[in-house]
Design a protein around this ligand. Structure first.
Ligand code: VGL
Ligand code: ZN
Length: 200
């Protein structure tokens, strides 16, 4: 059984100082970095989604949309927020590439479902930003695609703090498990650890 950890949109523009900063991202980065290392060690596949918009994306205020310009493809604001880095073997998904369509979900107009299936993934945990937009949409689509989905409540950050509880309630009502990151790590299947004799 293979598990994936989907890290949604932890990019410069969504972190403190960025053009569309989510709340309290400073307190996310170090724990998330450590968690990624621990999950990799257990053989969990790491997926990074990146919001990756054309300069005239329909969601931008400059085009009449609701958001400030953010995560323009290839720009510094679209980079993964340091110290996060994708490593060899990780999956990186660029989404929101078409001018129209919100592109909130990592599964919208991407090959993420196929990539996860090819890797044998059955269970996925979701973390990152923003809770009520891209984390929400990605978790719901993962469940719709048939994966067993968990949202890691301590490793997500919202735009609006008041949106957290209603969003988690909605996800829960759609069959998504809400838990903390430590608990999910503890339920990792035995025998899949990298470098252990049980790995093969
Ligand atoms: C997001 C608003 C616009 C997100 C992306 O990552 O949650 N929110 N684009
Ligand atoms: Zn966006």
């Amino acid at each position: 059984m293979t598990r994936a950890l989907i890290v949604v949109d932890v990019q410069r523009d969504f972190c403190e100082g960025g053009t569309l900063a989510a709340s309290e991202t400073r307190s996310l980065l170090q724990p998330l970095g450590e968690y990624l290392a621990a999950a990799r060690h257990l053989g969990t596949k790491i997926v990074f989604t990146q919001d990756w918009h054309p300069p005239n994306h329909s969601s931008f205020a400059t085009e009449g949309g609701p958001w400030p310009v953010h995560c323009v493809a290839g720009s510094p604001g679209a980079e993964l927020m340091p110290p996060l880095v994708a490593e060899a073997g990780d999956v990186v998904v660029h989404k929101g590439q078409m001018r129209e369509g919100a592109g909130y979900s990592g599964f919208e107009s991407t090959s993420l479902t196929e990539q996860l299936r090819k890797l044998g993934v059955q269970e996925a945990a979701v973390c990152g930003v923003a809770t009520e937009y891209c984390v929400r949409a990605t978790a719901l689509d993962a469940a719709k695609a048939g994966f067993r989905v968990t949202a890691l409540r301590d490793l997500i950050r919202p735009v609006q703090l008041a949106a957290v509880e209603p969003t988690l309630q909605e996800l829960s009502s759609q069959g998504i498990e809400i838990t903390d990151s430590r608990s999910w790590l503890k339920t990792a299947p035995q025998g899949l650890r990298h470098g252990s004799s049980a790995a093969r």
